[in-house]
Unconditional design. Structure first.
Length: 223
């Protein structure tokens, strides 16, 4: 699905030009006043291009009205070039400040950069780094100092459980029930053997001890 842009400006010619430019790549909503902008913002655009100098409710007021309810990037379009005006824009909640007249190709690059940044923010990273160790949970892969370390399915499941909850202590029974399930055919003693193997495999590549034994309690991950 195409990202949605909301273009807000009281000059129809500017709105029409930007709509024609962006429509091949984005869904485009348009508004010609502050009040209409707030109404259209309720359709949850992915990014807003917002003119400051509009009669009645200007862009600063629009931004202040919607910012607490919307996390999407808001890019101000304005002829104002004074630093005080730019500071006021950022204080109102803007993410970027684009001075008119602007080059459409450069504006498009700024829009794309902000949307990429939003996608990175909204997509939780599948990789976590613990000193020399990197765990890719999507690929179920572990590297230490760039060298791959091979684990069995159960070994990785234990490593995943502990590393995703670094610092939290898990006793053997809880690890067993989480990894094998309450209907697993075995007992919690097998957890000790799997953790011994995980430690041995990591020790080949690093002296850092990632799995700590908390005596009388269980195990925790030290990242």
């Amino acid at each position: 699905m195409k990202p949605t842009l909301l273009i807000v400006d009281d000059e129809p010619g500017i709105v029409d030009t930007m709509k024609a430019y962006f429509s091949p790549q984005y869904q485009v909503l348009t508004a010609y006043s502050g009040g209409e902008a707030i109404q259209k913002a309720g359709r949850q655009p992915d990014l807003i291009l917002l003119d400051i100098n509009m009669p009645g409710m200007d862009g600063l007021a629009v931004c202040q009205a919607i910012r607490d309810h919307m996390a999407c990037p808001i890019l101000f379009l304005t002829a104002r070039v004074e630093s005080a005006d730019q500071i006021a824009g950022f204080q109102a909640g803007a993410d970027d400040y684009i001075v008119k007249p602007f080059d459409l190709d450069q504006l498009a690059a700024r829009v794309a950069a902000h949307l990429r940044r939003e996608r990175r923010r909204s997509s939780p990273s599948a990789v976590r780094f613990f000193g020399e160790c990197a765990v890719d949970y999507s690929a179920r892969a572990v590297t230490v100092r760039g060298q791959p370390v091979s684990f069995s399915r159960r070994e990785f499941d234990i490593l995943e459980l502990l590393s995703l909850n670094a610092g939290q202590v898990f006793d053997r029974e809880r690890i067993y029930e989480t990894v094998w399930g309450i209907d697993g055919e075995g007992n919690s003693d097998t957890v000790m053997e799997h953790i011994r193997k995980i430690r041995a495999k990591l020790a080949v590549h690093t002296q850092q001890s990632y799995i700590e034994t908390v005596w009388g309690c269980g195990y925790r991950w030290n990242g």
